[in-house]
Design a protein around this ligand. Structure first.
Ligand SMILES: Cc1ncc(COP(=O)(O)O)c(C=O)c1O
Length: 421
């Protein structure tokens, strides 16, 4: 591919907003050790580990995160090794690497390897749960109203097939507080309730749910709990040993900055006898629940091993530091947006009720046009939310963002709110 072809590939709406000079891996500069109080210089060196052009401020972690250089390199090195010698003898080591990723996942989530299934993404993980639990007419599943289709439509469709019912707990805006949801679940439970499911942090406006408390309420009533962790895995310093859900799902291509089409499903030891596997094929995992649940046929083992590299990368930086950094950037963003006339922020102003997702309505500006201008003219990546439910722009900063990205974003939104798009 020559430079012109590549520019064409990058072009959005027919115009190439900027050129990536070459398909080079990340800056080879070594990641320095994390200082006890990381400063902006340290976070810039984290940014250098990613191949995104310097002028690109991607604030769309809730949708897709780039892989870091070490992840890309692992994937490339192992894929090349496998394709140079595709023999079973050579590939045997890849199966060991896959198990190593399981161990790393267990350490990362603070549970055991016997409880980890490496899936393709959160959608698959959520559906393995809604497919796998025996539910029948008369049973009830309690969901929060604000869930991704993989944890909402999926239950509704299976309810049609198996005859159980699905009840939604309303999710008012702004976030009504943690206690509200603990009470709402406790009050909505009936003797028919068999499963409770909700999203740890919603992808719409970034409402955080009291996961540990809701799982406790479920457990006290003998109800199974599924926490959709697509928007917390790799962002928050999640401790499943403490949260104690029955199931927790996540994707590698979101906040953990791993390869695409890898994900995780945690199945608590105590819940393993209560769920059936959906897919049976060759090449399952070697330990615990993965022996029955992870037989998905031939896998992309280099990518699975690179998933482990992503976990190591974040662990090396420090997970608590990553969460703190993302929260700090988000608060700076909220503070700046709040000062712009006519910007209506949907996300709760209370920092303890969210983490790193900010959604806002930019007055009467055309949302799509604004997003395109932000990307093409200002090199700022965001997501748009159409429809009637809290529409607007969604920004989700992560540890590869800098304060300069945030300042530039606030200034750009202010400019378009003044001049139009
Ligand atoms: C809360 C939530 N759950 C599930 C998903 C699905 O993730 P994936 O497409 O990686 O399966 C998403 C994707 O944005 C999400 O935000």
């Amino acid at each position: 591919m020559n430079r012109r072809d590549f520019a064409r590939l990058l072009a959005i709406g027919g115009a190439a907003p900027f050129l990536t000079p070459e398909l080079a891996w990340a800056n080879n500069a070594k990641l320095p050790p994390t200082p006890s109080v990381p400063d902006e210089k340290f976070w810039m060196s984290v940014r250098d580990q990613f191949v995104m052009p310097k002028e690109l401020a991607m604030l769309n972690a809730a949708n897709l995160c780039p892989s870091s250089g070490p992840v890309l390199e692992t994937m490339y090195r192992l894929t090349k090794d496998m394709d140079q010698d595709p023999s079973q003898d050579n590939r045997a080591k890849l199966a060991d690497g896959r198990e190593n990723t399981r161990t790393l996942l267990a350490q990362f989530l603070r549970v055991t390897s016997e409880e980890i299934v490496i899936t393709r993404n959160t959608s698959e993980s959520n559906n393995l749960v809604s497919n796998g639990i025996d539910l029948k007419a008369g049973d009830e599943v309690l969901l929060t109203a604000d869930n991704h289709p993989s944890n909402h439509t999926a239950w509704q469709e299976k309810a049609k097939r198996f005859g159980f019912t699905v009840k939604d707990i309303p999710t008012p805006n702004p976030h009504p507080g943690m206690e509200h949801y603990v009470d709402a679940f406790a009050k909505a439970i009936t003797p028919r309730t068999k499963v409770i499911s909700f999203t740890h942090q919603t992808s719409t406006v970034g409402d955080l749910f009291p996961a540990k408390e809701i799982c406790r309420v479920a457990r006290e009533h003998g109800i199974l709990s599924l926490v959709d962790g697509a928007q917390s895995f790799g962002l928050m310093d999640v401790d499943l040993g403490d949260m104690q859900p029955d199931f927790y799902s996540g994707s590698a291509h979101k906040w953990i900055c791993g390869p695409k089409e890898n994900g995780v499903l945690y199945i608590n030891k105590t819940a393993q006898a209560k769920i059936w596997a959906t897919i049976f094929s060759a090449y399952p995992g070697r330990v615990g629940v993965s022996k029955t649940f992870e037989g998905f046929g031939q896998r992309d083992e280099p990518a699975m091993i690179a998933f482990g590299e992503a976990l190591t990368f974040q662990t090396k930086i420090g997970r608590a530091q990553i969460e703190k950094r993302s929260r700090e950037l988000t608060q700076a963003l909220m503070a700046g947006l709040k000062k712009i006339d006519d910007v209506k922020i949907w996300t709760s102003p209370n920092p303890s009720l969210g983490v790193a997702i900010v959604s806002f309505l930019p007055g009467s500006l055309d949302i799509r046009k604004l997003a395109t201008a932000l990307y093409q003219k200002d090199h700022i990546g965001c997501a748009t939310r159409g429809g009637q439910d809290r529409p607007g722009i969604r920004l989700s900063p992560h540890f590869y963002n800098t304060h300069a990205d945030i300042d530039r974003t606030i200034a750009a939104v202010k400019k378009y709110m003044t001049t139009g798009v």
